[in-house]
Design a protein. Structure first.
Length: 120
């Protein structure tokens, strides 16, 4: 029984660590926390500040917590990921990131502009 409860608590903590904290408190996650098979984006350079970790290769809309706020990212999927200026994969193509590649500091033209991404 104790092992089951402990396992449930650990799983709950892991789920909490992969979501954006609202209410003015920014979540922090190390770049090493980005799991295999996920696209992970952070609001500040060098994988700091608010973040979201998204399983799979697409996100049609990053949502208000991260829209136009991404400065660093890591593609832990097996696909090349294209990052777009607008929701729904619209607008300018801002970055193309190979599988396993990361960007600790996006270029000036892509910084704080990402709204969606998908495999390309």
């Amino acid at each position: 029984m104790r092992k089951t409860v402990l396992a449930g608590m650990v799983a709950g903590l892991c789920m909490t660590a992969t979501t954006v904290v609202a209410g003015g408190v920014q979540a922090m996650a190390d770049s090493k926390d980005c799991p295999d098979g996920y696209v992970c984006v952070w609001g500040d350079s060098n994988y700091e500040g608010r973040f979201i970790f998204v399983p799979g290769t697409s996100r049609e809309n990053v949502g208000s917590q991260m829209n136009d706020l991404t400065t660093s990212l890591w593609n832990r999927t097996d696909s090349t990921i294209c990052f777009y200026d607008d929701a729904g994969y619209g607008g300018a193509l801002l970055a193309r990131v190979a599988p396993g590649d990361s960007r600790p500091n996006l270029e000036r033209g892509a910084n704080d502009r990402i709204s969606s991404w998908r495999a390309c």
